[in-house]
Design a protein around this ligand. Structure first.
Ligand code: GDP
Ligand code: FO1
Ligand code: CA
Length: 322
């Protein structure tokens, strides 16, 4: 069976590792392949190096190399290089890059500099982490540079800052007026992305940020149409439980686009292609959707086992809707 998922960073990666774990327990679904279409709007160039936070989070997590507490970056990390850069007064210092993580950014930047596409580079990185052996392919949504910028207004007036500056440095405390996916008008889907949607047997939307993760991927030309036209059931998991994101600032992102921070509000963004929607058991009665089937399930990925159970529930609903 072919499963395709759209994903951001931590929420997407934990869910998809859970899905991989769940599939390992299913004899009936042996030989299932998982293709993950990752958000690249978070990407940023720092110290001359191309950093792809969401793709790296996916690869590190699915390759068992992630820092479990943070959910991003490498396990057993040190920060000597960043200390050295700080001694030179190099900026920014608000974005924590570890020494092992730097290795990834150095080799990625070198390969990109040699003319490889981001999708080729990501394939090489995933290979090192053993993903192909687990039937997992990670595709960047596009090979073209796309960066999410955030329009804000503060004491310095109205301006656009890189998404990471708003999210990490400002902690999303300055209200976002809107998000701009810079470069999207010139972008095309990376090789394999649209086919992965068209040829999937099941399509899953993990509980990723609906605006700056999934929303950005949906903006890639052809992606939304492919989802609408797909014969496969599309099942999503709410990142919002009881009106609150589990982590991060998804509520600030939803505010900016005028959508309420509820499981129903997020579902409304996927209305035209969503067939199934998992919400928390407490939210179930409050969510009525015209098209999609709604199911209440324990939604918290408190550990790897809980993530596997959640992914299994999403997959079961998709198989039921097939
Ligand atoms: P990011 O790129 O690191 O921000 O990660 P994603 O975009 O993939 O996912 C972020 C979203 O995951 C946030 O909006 C969280 O609310 C959601 N999330 C994180 N952990 C959980 C969880 O255990 N359960 C659910 N349902 N959502 C979660
Ligand atoms: N998130 C933070 O909140 N603070 C950081 O300093 C930070 C550094 C970082 C470095 C590499 C990487 O792959 C991810 C990193 N993240 C950091 C996570 C990430 O940039 C964002 O939290 C998500 O992309 C938000 O969507
Ligand atoms: Ca992200």
């Amino acid at each position: 069976m072919r499963i395709t998922a759209l994903a951001g960073g931590v929420g997407g990666a934990r869910f998809l590792r859970g899905l991989r774990d769940h599939l390992d327990t299913r004899d009936d679904l042996a030989d299932t392949s998982l293709t993950v279409i990752g958000n690249t709007g978070d990407d940023i160039t720092l110290f001359g190096l191309r950093v792809c936070p969401d793709l790296d989070t996916l690869v590190y997590t699915l390759g068992d190399g992630v820092h479990e507490g943070q959910g991003w970056g490498r396990a057993d990390e040190s920060h000597r290089v960043q200390g050295e850069l700080a001694a030179y007064g190099a900026q920014p210092q608000w974005f924590a890059l570890g020494d092992l993580d730097f290795g990834t950014h150095i080799i990625r930047s070198q390969w990109l500099g040699l003319g490889l596409k981001l999708s080729d580079v990501t394939e090489r990185l995933a290979q090192r982490w053993g993903l192909p052996d687990r039937g997992v392919t990670v595709l960047p949504m596009t090979d073209d540079p796309v960066e999410t910028h955030v329009v804000i207004e503060d004491a310095e007036g109205q301006r656009a800052v890189h998404f990471q500056e708003w999210w990490v440095r400002m902690q999303a405390a300055v209200p976002a007026q809107r998000f701009i996916a810079v470069g999207m008008d010139q972008a095309t889907a990376a090789p394999g992305v649209l086919d992965a949607i068209r040829q999937a047997d099941v399509i899953l939307l993990p509980p990723s940020n609906p605006v700056v993760s999934i929303g950005i991927i949906l903006g890639v030309p052809g992606v939304r149409d492919a989802l609408r036209g797909s014969h496969a059931p599309v099942v999503g998991v709410s990142p919002i439980i009881g009106g609150m994101p589990v982590r991060g600032h998804a509520d600030a992102c939803l505010d900016a686009i005028g959508v309420e921070s509820t499981a129903a509000g997020v579902a409304s963004l996927y209305e035209d292609f969503l067939d199934g929607w998992l919400v928390s058991e407490d939210d179930e009665r409050g969510v009525r959707l015209s098209r999609a089937q709604v199911r209440g399930r324990p939604l918290l990925m408190s550990d790897r086992g809980a993530a596997a159970d959640l992914a299994g529930a999403a997959l079961d609903l998709a198989l039921e809707l097939r």
